[in-house]
Design a protein around this ligand. Structure first.
Ligand code: PEP
Length: 261
């Protein structure tokens, strides 16, 4: 007999800059139907902002939750172009991705701004999915653990323990995002173990409940090996979340691989 894994696995598709409104609704509906029988994991999709409301409407009452890809910390005011966490929650989203490496690389995000966004997400009733990860030069210089540890400290500095305990951490090595070059399970586990140990230091036993996702070229053919690792609790999936078949297959194979017997 198999026991459900603790923490409950979580798979989130990050659609990035993709799709029309009708593309987004169709993909969300397809994912909803394809994973309807999955009862031992949480699943979410992160459409673009303009599709957030429509996708949340289609997924309401289903097992698939909605995440935003970003969000701003102020609730209102003269911040042209920004979308507040409270507006995201009002659309029916449950999660907000913050600090994705593409936001850091192209839009000047820093650990400090990511920390403010995570805090605002929690205040709005959203669960932040906090992204951290090293670049290739940093890994090649042997600095992966130092860089990730510093990012974790910086992005969670202003969270209370109860806020940190309900957050999701996504380890996404920058060199593996969208490159087809996935971290080996051992490479990913080494960093996840560091993240877990830092969480244990702050949260003691509650740290075991925090989901630590791996992200970076996760596909149906590599998710099982990753999910067998002790501290890998799910995946943040970019490219392979853009078709129903491949994302549903990642969820199903991921769930099957991590169910303990
Ligand atoms: C991502 O965008 O978070 C990501 C992991 O992308 P990909 O799966 O395409 O590498």
């Amino acid at each position: 007999m198999s026991n459900p894994r603790i923490p409950r696995p979580f798979f989130c598709g990050n659609w990035k800059l993709w799709g029309t409104l009708s593309d987004s609704v169709a993909l969300a509906t397809g994912v909803r139907d394809a994973v309807a029988s999955v009862t031992t994991a949480d699943v979410a999709v992160a459409p673009g902002f303009v599709a957030l409301d429509a996708v949340a409407g289609k997924l309401k009452g289903s097992a698939v939750a909605v995440a935003s890809q970003d969000g701003y910390w102020e609730e209102k005011g003269a911040f042209t172009g920004e979308v507040a966490m409270v507006q995201i929650a009002d659309c029916g989203a449950s999660y907000a991705i913050v600090g994705h490496s593409e936001r850091r690389q192209y839009f000047g995000e820093t650990d400090e701004t990511v920390a403010r966004k995570a805090k605002a997400a929690l205040a709005a009733g959203l669960v932040p999915i906090l992204c951290i990860g090293e670049t290739l030069p940093e890994r090649d210089a042997g600095q992966a653990l130092t860089v990730v540890g510093k990012q974790l400290d910086g992005t969670t500095a202003n969270l209370r323990d109860d806020e940190l305990a309900k957050s999701v951490i996504a380890y996404e090595p920058v060199w593996a995002i969208g490159t087809g070059r996935v971290a080996t399970p051992a490479q990913a586990q080494e960093v996840h173990a560091l993240i877990r140990s830092k969480l244990v230091h702050k949260l003691q036993a509650r740290a075991q409940q925090v989901r630590i996702l791996y992200g970076g070229s996760v596909k149906p053919n590599n998710v099982a090996e990753l999910m067998k690792e002790k501290d890998i609790d799910g995946a943040l999936v970019g490219g392979a979340s853009l078709t129903v078949d491949s994302f549903a297959s990642i969820v199903q194979k991921g769930v099957a691989a991590c169910t303990r017997s």
